[in-house]
Every structure is written in structure tokens, then in C-alpha cells.
Design a protein around this ligand. Structure first.
Ligand SMILES: Cc1ncc(COP(=O)(O)O)c(C=O)c1O
Length: 399
């Protein structure tokens, strides 16, 4: 066995996915993107229904103007870490705006959402501490656990009783445990049972971090996420978020009710040993945050689309990934071939979605994940629904 032999299985998998030729279903090359919801793939115009652009802010006029102004004033990049020359007033102003929005004393901005989880989880929980992590968490959460010296204990996905039992086994040590969950989970779009988790956390004297990557901008009266939606902001210790979804940029943040979070700036390696976010990204995100906080209209539009697509998906007989509508509509399959065929059929009718297959999915299922945006028009959603209807005939032979 030599160094590169380990890639043989991956090569075979990629070849099998590409066997029908045409556009690659994984890491699909975009020829061009020209709005929050449209682009060209394989030479054909597409409705983009596989992005995380929930509020459509990537093309918002004020966000674009802010980014352009920042490039003109401060250049394209900082070329330095927050610990050195990359700590601009804009980064600090964005941290202050996020902390004020949540009403907590501290916020740290990282260069990506991935690095936020890496940097926060690995620094908060060290030797002798415990990380209680939902088994279906995003890779950045699992990788944050790997980077930490804490003991990681996984509990069954969205299973508060399982979490409760595992914390009970720790006894008094539970005071050293950080529970990590997502607001809504990125593959299926299902929400965490946050009320039950908060009860358990309090009973055991543990700590709670909620990653609102997919729920920030989407849930809550001011768009702060599922914690705000459920009135639980007083019961959570840390909220993580990303700029790369509703906020339409690149970067990530952690807001903390405990001022000790500030000290992570001196110990968190994924914060220290990387360049800070670029001026245009920070500037557009500051503007996007203003729009999120003031974004009832955008959220109402998004939810109207989400409810409609969910109802239509059910009507057409698809197995949906959630019990209630969500901006992520995951169509679930036990076998990869059918998911691949549906993905292709949708692409052939001008709708780009995400194909997700194991090991990137929970419980070995395969998914076609459709994500909606406030920037989709009613006609876009009509097109997506009729593409699904047509695909259902061609792929499954259903009447
Ligand atoms: C739950 C969750 N956390 C963190 C991230 C990482 O965010 P980013 O893409 O901004 O690095 C993602 C991205 O998909 C995510 O789904």
C-alpha cells in the first residue's frame, strides 16, 4: 500500500456519480451567477435552489454598495491576522453590532463559520472538560471537538433523553460540560428541541452553545435565530453564526453572555493563526445585519415559499426531511441512484439543487436538498414545483 492508494475508493465514487456524463452533481461548476437566484450551469440558464442565500442579500443594492465602498477605501484584503495588522475598526464595529443585537457583552468575528466552531469549541472546552455533541452536527463542530483536549460524548440526534442520560452519568462533572447543538440542522433542515435541551442543561448545571448557521436571519422576530424564536435567549450561553448564509458574505461569529469569551482572542488558534475577513466582506455583512434585524418582510416572503414548497412536496408523494416546513426542503431517499436521478431531472428542467450522499448525510440516506430564498419569485417556486412534478413522472414513473 502506498501513500496515494487510499484515494482509489474516492476516485471510483466520483466516477460512478459522473457516469451519465454532463454536469457534475458534486462541486457543480457554475459558469456564471448573475443574481441571488439565477445563473448558468453547463451552458443553460438555471433557477438556483441549492444555495444558502435565504434572504437573497448577496445582490442587495446597499450590501453591494457597502462592499464596493470598502474596497475603494481599504483595499481587497487585510493580509494580517486579528492579532496583528488585520484588526480593523470595521471588524470591531461588526462585533459590537452583533453583541448589541443579541444583548450580550461579547462577540468575536472569525474568518469563516467553519473556523468559528473550530476556534470556539476547541478553546472553550479543554483538558478535564466535556463536549456533549449531537451526532448529526456539522463537520466544523466535530472538527472543533477533535481540536480540543476535552472528552467528546456524542448523543443521538435530536434526542434530549439520550443527552440527559449521558449528562447524568457525569454527576458533578456536568458543570464542566458544554452541550453543542444546531438551531436547524444543515442537511435535513430539522430544528433542535431547544426547550427540552435548555431544561436538561439547567438541571445538570451544564453550558449550551447553539450554532444558528442556518437559522440566523430566518427565525425570530429580529432574525436572531431559533433561540430568539423560542424566547430562549436568556437560557443559552453562546451563539455561533456564519456570514455565508442569510448574511450573504464570508466569515463567522460567536456571541457570548459571558465576558470570558473575549479572552479567546488570545488562546484560540483558528482565530489567531489566519488572516482576518476582508474589508468588503465585513462592510457588506454590517449592512446585511441591519437588513436582517429589520427584515420581517424578507422573512415573511421566505416562509411563504417554504410552506408552499413543503405542501407541494408532500402532495407529490416525496419523503420530506422535516415534520414541518423549513427553508431547507430535503427530499429523502434510501438509495443514491434515485436521488442522483432526481437531481439530474431537476437540472434538466432548469432547477439547480444540492445532491447529498453518504457519508455527508445522516443515517446513510441520500438527499436532494432544495433551499429557498426570499429573492425567489412566486414564478420561480411554481417552476420548481412543476420541475418536481415532471421529475416524479420521469424518474419514478408515478402518475
Ligand atoms: C451548522 C453549520 N455550521 C458552520 C458552518 C460553516 O460555515 P461557513 O461555510 O461559513 O464556514 C456551516 C456551513 O455549512 C454549517 O452548516
Amino acid at each position: 500500500m502506498s501513500l496515494l492508494d487510499k484515494f482509489a475508493a474516492q476516485r471510483a465514487l466520483q466516477a460512478s456519480l459522473a457516469q451519465t456524463g454532463g454536469v457534475a452533481p458534486i462541486a457543480t461548476p457554475m459558469d456564471d451567477v448573475d443574481s441571488a437566484t439565477s445563473g448558468t450551469i453547463g451552458g443553460r440558464r438555471m433557477i438556483l435552489a441549492g444555495t444558502n442565500n435565504y434572504l437573497g442579500l448577496t445582490y442587495n443594492a446597499a450590501c453591494r454598495a457597502a462592499a464596493i465602498e470598502a474596497i475603494e477605501a481599504q483595499g481587497t484584503g487585510t493580509t494580517g491576522s486579528r492579532m496583528a495588522s488585520g484588526n480593523y475598526a470595521g471588524h470591531r464595529a461588526l462585533e459590537q453590532a452583533l453583541a448589541e443585537a443579541v444583548g450580550w457583552p461579547s462577540c468575536i468575528v472569525f474568518s469563516t463559520g467553519y473556523q468559528t466552531n473550530l476556534g470556539v469549541i476547541s478553546a472553550l472546552a479543554g483538558t478535564g472538560d466535556y463536549l456533549m455533541v449531537d451526532a448529526d452536527s456539522h463537520a466544523s463542530i466535530h472538527d472543533g471537538c477533535k481540536l480540543s483536549n476535552a472528552t467528546t460524548i456524542r448523543f443521538r440526534h435530536n434526542d434530549p433523553e439520550n443527552l440527559d442520560r449521558r449528562l447524568a452519568r457525569l454527576g458533578d462533572e456536568a458543570h464542566r460540560a458544554l452541550i453543542v447543538v444546531e438551531g436547524i440542522y444543515s442537511t435535513l433542515g430539522d430544528p433542535a428541541p431547544l426547550r427540552e435541551i435548555v431544561d436538561i442543561k439547567k438541571r445538570h448545571g451544564a453550558w449550551l452553545l447553539v450554532d444558528e448557521a442556518h437559522s440566523f436571519g430566518v427565525y425570530g422576530p429580529r432574525g436572531l435565530g431559533l433561540c430568539e424564536e423560542l424566547g430562549l435567549l436568556d437560557d443559552v450561553d453562546f451563539i455561533v453564526g456564519t456570514f455565508s448564509k442569510s448574511l450573504g458574505g464570508v466569515g463567522g461569529f460567536c456571541v457570548g453572555r459571558h465576558s470570558e469569551l473575549e479572552l479567546l482572542r488570545f488562546v484560540s488558534r483558528p482565530y489567531i493563526f489566519t488572516a482576518s475577513s476582508s474589508p468588503p466582506s465585513i462592510a457588506s455583512t454590517r449592512e446585511a445585519l441591519r437588513q436582517v434585524l429589520d427584515g420581517h418582510g424578507l422573512r415573511a416572503h421566505l416562509w411563504r415559499h417554504a410552506k408552499r414548497l413543503y405542501a407541494e412536496g408532500k402532495r407529490l408523494g416525496f419523503r420530506m426531511g422535516t415534520d414541518t416546513p423549513a427553508p431547507i426542503a430535503a427530499l429523502v431517499f434510501d438509495d443514491r441512484t434515485r436521488a442522483r436521478a432526481l437531481w439530474q431531472a431537476l437540472l434538466d428542467t432548469g432547477v439547480y439543487t444540492n445532491l447529498m450522499i453518504p457519508p455527508a448525510t445522516p443515517s446513510g440516506v441520500s438527499l436532494v436538498r432544495i433551499s429557498l430564498s426570499a429573492a425567489h419569485s412566486d414564478e420561480d417556486v411554481t417552476h420548481i414545483v412543476s420541475a418536481l412534478e415532471q421529475a416524479r413522472h420521469t424518474v419514478f414513473g408515478l402518475g
